[in-house]
Design a protein around this ligand. Sequence first.
Ligand SMILES: Nc1ncnc2c1ncn2[C@@H]1O[C@H](COP(=O)(O)OP(=O)(O)OP(=O)(O)O)[C@@H](O)[C@H]1O
Length: 639
Amino acid sequence: MTETIEFQAEARQLLQLMIHSIYSDKDVFLRELISNASDALDKLRMESYRDKDLGVDTSDLHVELRTDSAARTITIADNGIGMSRDDVVTLIGTIAKSGTAETLAKLREAQASGSEEVTAELIGQFGIGFYSSFMVADRVEMTTRRAGTDGGVHWESAGEGTYELSEVADAPQGTSITVHLKAEDAEDNLHDYADPAVVKRIVKRYSDFITWPILLNPTADGAVVEGAEEEDSEQEASNEPINSRKALWARPRSEVSDEEYAEFYRHVSHDWQEPLETMRFTGEGTFEYQALLFLPAHAPMDLYYRDAKRGVQLYVKRVFVMEDCEALVPEYLRFVKGVVDAQDLSLNVSREILQQDRQIQLIRKRLVKRVLQTITALRGEDAEKYDTFWRECGRALKEGLLSDQDNTQAILEASSFASTHDPEKLTTLADYVARMPEGQESIYYVTGESRAAVENSPHIEAFRAKGYEVLLLTDQVDEVWVGMVPSYGAGDDAKPFASIAQGDVDLADDAEKPEGFDDLLSWMTTTLADDVSEVRLSTRLTTSPACLVGEVGGLPPQLEQMMRSMGQEIPVQKRALELNPKHPLVENLKAAHEARPEDAGVAETASLLHDMALLAEGGELKEPSAFVGKLAQRLAATL
Ligand SMILES: Nc1ncnc2c1ncn2[C@@H]1O[C@H](COP(=O)(O)OP(=O)(O)OP(=O)(O)O)[C@@H](O)[C@H]1O
């Protein structure tokens, strides 16, 4: 029986984009299908280790490519894990990736405006796998059987909204995908993928490092196949793999080209672009291991989603053990992609055991150090690359300030911050400290929603006037880490972080305090008791009349709001209202209060002063209409 099933809406849109793709490098469809086949073989081997009853033969795992120039097809077959009917429906018929809708919308826009560069970049970030076959096909067929089960499924689609599913009684284990090729079109970079020479060239270029044998048009008896390249004697025995199968991380560094690293990166990351930076290191002695890691050139699509994957795969003696190995990489470095190959682990080690394993813990420590060093070094070696990294992944890195106490200083060192020193360029903390004038003891910062909002916050005025630089922290994660990290630097050189919107600061040059305000302050403290903890004089204001100041270590208002919106019960945090004694409004308020202590209009002005301070820092009024009412009243009184 054949069923016709609709693709999920996102999947349908993506397929349309593939069919009409202006992505110029069509060859990559083969890389994607081989990559999937290789993953399927990895998975089968692991599953057969874990489940001794699976009862599958794993002695001859490989990928087979079969070309048929008469029928104009290429078939990519593996005898790996395969898929059940339900797997096919969910894995192939839908896309369940975080961020899909956003990326699709951008893709459609780019494609509509004919912007090839943007399209390529977005497709690259998306890492479209199986669907890329529709760049070169007018129809794709797939037969698959899940290892250890009977009965397979046949899937077929022209990519136009629906696909057909039917049962197959005698499907071989694994997956076989037959791509019915569109006509060759050299202008569109659509090559003849039914030509073995073309296929061999592509495999060499993109999939050489795949550890499983890739066979091209093999025969049951290993005889010479027509169509295989005659001049290449190695190829005459067609059952010889066409890939060299060498693990890059086991080859001497000097022998691996950048292009090979880039291809391997694409395989492990599902990214289509080049990595930003490649890292290799090894551990010798009792715990022998090799690591080959990459920094991406753009944030993985799911980087800021809850279910983001970590990108490091664990191998044991060249054998793939697991992807997304959380024991090896802390969450905040989830953008790092690559492979760690350890020598002395059991192949069927579980995720739980890995968390406890001393060798893994040591590798993880080393990996974190190495990644942080690489990022820090990048800034000096290639500022543009560093900036790209920081723009794409910096927010994730800063999450480490919340969770990785051992590396706090190294993370701060690798980070960059906006500051009042430069309207655009970010600064390092080391540079900030080097610029600190005599007398400045702390690293000052302000947190808020955007640069524009915090730059204009009243709190900043006197710091500017005094020539004290202020860090402008506008990422959500900033609100949290500043509450947890007390200082930057080590030992006697450590400089504490201090919020310009919290605590008492004394920026007055002449310690002489303005006098005669006591009455006003205690009266206002009582009048505004519902909203503020106290009213006091300020030295941090030069042009604004007033500002609100939290307690040191208190929750910043933005964070308070964020936690409330997530449903957390937070007790109301009252802040102090600081007044600028030199401001005419404050001076006049003092005089008015002295002259007419009972006047309701004076109390209204006092309350307006509080509301204005809240507005000036970008805060939200509890009752905007009450504010407008009071304001209208006061304005009317002046006319
Ligand atoms: N040859 C295969 N054997 C078994 N399962 C496969 C095979 N090809 C694809 N799949 C399954 O279908 C899923 C979707 O494949 P697809 O190529 O669309 O995306 P992907 O490889 O998971 O991710 P990406 O889009 O990042 O490349 C795979 O994750 C895998 O579970």
